[in-house]
Write a protein that binds this ligand. Sequence first.
Ligand SMILES: NC(=O)c1ccc[n+]([C@@H]2O[C@H](COP(=O)([O-])OP(=O)(O)OC[C@H]3O[C@@H](n4cnc5c(N)ncnc54)[C@H](O)[C@@H]3O)[C@@H](O)[C@H]2O)c1
Length: 274
Amino acid sequence: MGDRLQDKVAVITGAASGIGAGTAKLFHEHGAKVVLCDMQEGPGARLAAELGDRAAFIRADVTSEADVAAAVDLAVSRFGCLDIMVNNAGIVGAVGPIADTPAADWHRTIAILLDGVFYGMKHAARVMVPQRRGSILSIASTAGVMGGLGPHAYTAAKHGVVGLTKSVASELAQHGIRVNAVAPGNTVTAMTASLIAGDAADHDATAAQIARGAPLGIAATAADPAYGLLYLASDEARYVTGHTLLIDSGQTVSGGIPAFHNGDSRLIGAPPVA
Ligand SMILES: NC(=O)c1ccc[n+]([C@@H]2O[C@H](COP(=O)([O-])OP(=O)(O)OC[C@H]3O[C@@H](n4cnc5c(N)ncnc54)[C@H](O)[C@@H]3O)[C@@H](O)[C@H]2O)c1
């Protein structure tokens, strides 16, 4: 329990599962009122009911601008304002060689991962600009800062999320609104479990595999990106905007454990002493 988001109102997309659900729980624990949106009505509504009075669920497809607008409007009508928008909903999307990628799969992936974020930013700004305060957050990915870590459409969309975060931050700073992103590395959720273990519910096998590939030797859970979002959502981050916070075990800076760091210490290339 804590009070880092006491009385703040948040909308979280993709909140029925994984990182979105973890974020909804953490924000709620820290005093926020949360509107959970997802296409999965059963688990989304159940989580909102578990959280109680300070939570509501709305079925929303982030590829529909009207659905995203309605989620923002629910936050205002039920809880009085919107302090925090979390654009999180996502899928893996189109996979396979670029030459074989059907255009329809490409467009569907971009619609969820990038159009959905645009709608979230747009409708959050509609409410936040007159309030003159707010924090808009989006979930990018390590695939949003490097090539080769995800499929093509996913990588393009996540780079788009990082770019849009910078661009919208540069506009909304004058209104007192901060716009940031969190870029997780592999995190144990239904999405990675389906990919890695072939079973959305097999989190143990997924965690073991993720830990093996992580420089820190541990697997991230939904709580790891959620703690980054908690900081960026809170007033502790009042001077931070346009930033993408990597939460990736150092994967994008280390690329593994270079041979240089192990074995005896020595100076390579030193001129011979006369
Ligand atoms: N898990 C990882 O390793 C990882 C790493 C980097 C980034 N991410 C990103 O984190 C976000 C959350 O993913 P997750 O790993 O928690 O996956 P998840 O599958 O557990 O959760 C994703 C949620 O989004 C919802 N969703 C999908 N399409 C939607 C739509 N059109 N409208 C509304 N809701 C929709 C799903 O129903 C689900 O509840 C995604 O944007 C994903 O790209 C995940």
